[in-house]
Design a protein around this ligand. Structure first.
Ligand SMILES: Cc1ncc(COP(=O)(O)O)c(C=O)c1O
Length: 384
């Protein structure tokens, strides 16, 4: 059986760096105790690991002293805590990109019904896939934003949103800004001194190369966000009220120390390798991938400037349904994802709704040999 070629890194990066598996195993065997619930040495060591992981996240995103890291088990949970915890009054103007994941869209749909929200799409030319900041400025003037939610890079076509500029424009109206960095944390340079984010969402198991079961958000210490989930925190247990401090009031229930040990290692691995080097490798592979796809009768959903995309490339093969291509590639041990990728609005914009696209998503552990193998398989399937 030939080695599987994995092009589904947008779903989760796979494999992880070896050291992540190794350190998780060691940590869980030797220190897998509950955090913040005991005074013995192992409990303190577990708490220190959690604190050290928060510090590493702050280092990666250049956080200010007043920003706090909150851990959740999924990015979806983080999005729900943030969006459901806002102080909605009704009738707010909420701006989103065309590329939001269902984690955002479904939560917002529920809130829209409850609070009669007005949802606006941040302007984007569907043909050139380019953002025109002047047009967005006019949109904001016409309907003043209360909340702006922007996906940093699409999990459908990899398009990068200019979040520094959009977040600064949103702040002219004192809007609350939420940035979803699930596809970019650890891959693009994310500097919270330049992005005006009240909430930055991250996922451990995607571009941070950690395991499933750990994600979170960054929040300002003075945020008025209301908690969504109530329960034990290991501190002030006689009090029926949740602690008022952040992150404690959002981190109820036992921490996933096993996953946090993996995330701790994976962020160190990213910092050791350098975000720019990881990005550079992916960028080169992305260019080769696009060049291969262009040799066939395909429509690739790209803006003019390839540098506006991360290594998540969507296309369709003329006359062949996306899921058929997925099946054929699977028969040759090549893993891709087809369909809507949990982001239906992106397909409405691209004109690929409801059948979707074939998505090739790259990661650090792909190599040029994977792209060459793909080319050979596509040639055997489509040219003969
Ligand atoms: C941009 C984006 N946001 C949010 C999510 C949700 O992540 P999870 O399913 O791990 O909660 C994903 C997952 O694909 C995503 O790509």
């Amino acid at each position: 059986v030939s080695k599987m070629i994995y092009f589904d890194n947008a779903a989760t990066t796979f494999p992880k760096p070896d050291i992540v598996y190794e350190n998780m195993d060691i940590f869980y065997r030797t220190n897998g105790v509950n955090v913040g619930r005991g005074q013995y040495d192992l409990a303190s060591k577990a708490s220190n690991l959690v604190q050290n992981t928060r510090d590493l996240i702050c280092q990666l995103f250049n956080c200010s002293f007043d920003q706090r890291v909150v851990f959740t088990s999924t990015a979806t949970e983080a999005i729900n805590i943030v969006l459901q915890g806002m102080n909605w009054q009704g009738n707010e103007n909420v701006y989103i990109t065309h590329f939001e994941h269902n984690g955002v869209l479904r939560c917002l749909n529920m809130l829209k019904k409850r609070y009669d929200l007005n949802i606006h799409y941040i302007d984007l030319d569907p043909r050139s896939l380019e953002y025109d900041l002047d047009k967005i400025q006019i949109q904001f003037q016409e309907n003043k934003p209360n909340v702006v939610i922007a996906n940093h890079a699409s999990n459908v076509c990899g398009l990068i949103t200019p979040v520094e500029e959009i977040s600064r424009m949103a702040k002219d109206y004192n809007a609350e800004v939420v940035i979803d960095c699930c596809q970019t944390a650890g891959l693009l340079d994310i500097d919270l001194k330049l992005i005006e984010a009240d909430y930055l969402i991250f996922s451990g198991h995607k571009t941070l190369y950690g395991p499933f079961g750990i994600a979170g958000f960054i929040i300002k210490e003075n945020s008025k966000l209301k908690p969504l989930i109530y329960g034990g925190t290991g501190i002030d247990s006689g009090n029926l009220e949740l602690p008022s401090t952040i992150p404690d009031k959002f981190e109820v229930g036992s921490q996933n120390i096993y996953a946090i040990s993996g995330l701790n290692t994976s962020i160190k691995w990213i910092l050791d390798n350098g975000v720019e080097n990881i990005q550079e490798k992916e960028r080169n592979l992305t260019k080769s991938l696009i060049a291969v796809l262009q040799k066939f009768d395909t429509k690739i959903y790209l803006s003019k400037n390839i540098d506006n995309h991360i290594g998540v490339i969507s296309c369709n093969f003329k006359g062949i349904p996306a899921d058929r291509i997925g099946d054929l590639l699977n028969q040759h041990n090549i893993a891709v994802r087809t369909g809507l990728h949990c982001a239906p609005d992106a397909h409405r914009l691209l004109g690929t709704y409801p059948a979707g696209t074939v998505r090739f998503s790259l990661g650090y552990f792909n190599n040029i040999s994977d792209i060459i193998a793909l080319e050979e398989v596509l040639e055997s399937l489509l040219l003969y």
